[in-house]
Design a protein around this ligand. Structure first.
Ligand code: SF4
Length: 295
């Protein structure tokens, strides 16, 4: 923390007291926090833990977990009988889950309950021989997993324009990827009505975590002179938070750690806001806040 004060003194001659305000909602969402807790519990039991795909989109947290012995695999075939496999919050297809259960000593299923709900809805509709429209990105792991629950009935579409290629739909159910925009979901759901002569069941399965963080950041951004968003450079929810903060606060910066703070950016700043993406752990946020408080 001394480093921040020294840097400030070099740049501006004397230390300056800044107020540091955290957004009302920030950091780990429920599903990510739960997944990390489940992994830590498995490590605590002495398990050799391997996650199928990166557990979390935050390099610093991944490095910390690796130090605890948690490693990542890309295919179920890589798991051994004396290891514990982890299904991350995005979930997987039933086929992948079965393969992990066959090969691993133990499986920790950290699928977020909000994602499990989408999987169950799709599976139930498929069992009733209905079509399922899932509004989302077909390449996203969550969508690949959901599709596996209704392989012959689910159609993953990004938006209403992608409905054009589909045949007429039978008693369609419309659900969504948990992290998409509400407008995209409702516009697409409305357009589904033109693709069927049956009634359309629309169930909004968007999780509020992303929107809550954006709303809280927007509210705070009009009250501060500078804003730091802590999150991965390639994290889409962190980049969105940056865009939201910039609407009201020109001096908004996306950083991964406190080392990226340039004290020159804080010249004349009386109040600074802080928020963090849904994959940013508390310990990283605490370090940034402590740094800023010491400036
Ligand atoms: S963003 Fe929502 S659905 Fe996704 S893991 Fe977090 S809580 Fe679960």
């Amino acid at each position: 923390m001394e480093i921040a004060a020294v840097r400030w003194q070099k740049a501006f001659g004397s230390p300056k007291k800044m107020q540091v305000l955290l957004a009302q909602e920030y950091g780990f969402c429920f599903g990510v926090e739960r997944a990390v807790d489940m992994v830590e519990a498995a490590v605590g039991h002495g398990d050799r833990v391997r996650s199928l795909g990166p557990l979390i989109h935050n390099q610093q947290e991944m490095d910390r977990l690796e130090e605890c012995g948690v490693t990542t695999i890309s295919e179920p075939i890589q798991i051994n009988a004396d290891e514990t496999a982890v299904i991350r919050a995005h979930g997987v297809t039933p086929g992948v889950q079965a393969e992990l259960e066959k090969r691993a000593g133990k499986v920790v299923d950290a699928t977020c309950p909000f994602v499990t709900r989408v999987q169950r809805l799709a599976s139930r509709a498929a069992a009733e021989n209905r079509d399922v429209i899932v509004v989302g990105n077909p390449d996203h792991p969550e969508m690949i997993g959901v599709k596996g629950y209704a392989p012959d009935h689910a159609h993953i579409v990004r938006d209403e324009t992608e409905l054009a290629d589909l045949p007429m739909l039978r008693n369609p159910l419309v659900v969504s990827q948990t992290t998409i925009k509400a407008k995209t979901f409702f516009d697409t759901a409305e357009a589904v009505k033109q693709k069927t002569t049956d009634s359309v069941e629309i169930i909004n399965t968007i999780c509020s975590a992303t929107r809550d963080r954006q709303d809280a950041a927007r509210a705070l951004s009009s009250m501060v002179d500078a804003f730091y968003i802590i999150g991965g450079r390639h994290s889409s929810n962190s980049l969105k938070l940056l865009a939201v903060c910039k609407e009201n606060c020109e001096r908004s910066f996306l950083i991964e750690t406190e080392d990226e703070i340039d004290v020159n950016d804080l010249n004349g700043v009386g109040t600074v806001g802080v928020t963090a993406g849904a994959s940013t752990p508390d310990w990283l946020i605490d370090r940034v806040v402590s740094f800023l408080k010491a400036v």
